[in-house]
Design a protein around this ligand. Structure first.
Ligand code: XMP
Ligand code: MG
Length: 179
């Protein structure tokens, strides 16, 4: 699997130390508030785990699966709820945990939905930000790393459901996706 990666953009060590740093920030900010952390499946799964184990105050976790992508590399421009939350967000302080913001479509949909459902506050924490891909005006409150406008895989991010289990973020060799 590793020999299908052309270049490692963000190493395992860099990711882990970022999780520690961001976890400490969340601890300070949410001390005594019992926020609801919402992981956006499936991509946010590794980041959610590594980030939240660094938070040293009580929080609740839930997951939502929305999809704006068809398994490939292009957005369909359409967001659909594949799995909704089990928890009510009304009156809650939310921390949305995402793997990457590209067009911003997914997050602007979620933010509107949670506002409509009367969340008290909404914070967006994303591991990666691809600012050049943005077509909606959504902005993350906290960004781990900025990445260039290239398709990245690993640490939750997939190409046709593969590579999510890599411990780092990398770029695929073009021959892997027939480029
Ligand atoms: P939007 O465009 O709605 O995208 O901000 C968010 C979702 O799109 C997927 N995405 C990627 N997945 N490599 C991936 O494996 C990428 O470079 C990439 N860019 C966007 C991802 O699921 C994200 O949650
Ligand atoms: Mg995603």
């Amino acid at each position: 699997m590793h020999n299908e990666i052309e270049k490692i953009l963000i190493s395992e060590e860099e990711i882990q130390s970022k999780c520690k740093e961001l976890g400490a920030q969340l601890t300070e900010e949410y001390e005594g508030r019992f926020p609801l952390a919402i992981g956006v499946l499936k991509g946010a799964m590794p980041f959610m785990g590594d980030l939240l184990k660094r938070v040293e105050t009580h929080l609740e976790m839930d997951f939502m699966d929305v999809s704006s992508y068809d398994g490939g590399m292009r957005s369909t421009g359409e967001v659909k709820i594949v799995k909704d939350l089990d928890t009510s967000v009304e009156g809650r302080d939310l921390i949305i945990v995402e793997d990457i913001i590209d067009s911003g479509l997914t997050l602007s949909y979620l933010v509107d939905l949670f506002k409509y459902r009367k969340a008290k506050s909404i914070k967006i924490v994303t591991l990666l930000d691809k600012p050049e891909g943005r077509t909606s005006h959504i902005k993350a409150d906290t960004v781990g790393f900025e990445v260039p406008d290239e398709f990245v895989v690993g640490y939750g991010l997939d190409y046709n459901e593969k590579y999510r289990n890599l411990p780092y973020i990398g770029i695929l060799k073009p021959e892997v996706y027939g480029g």
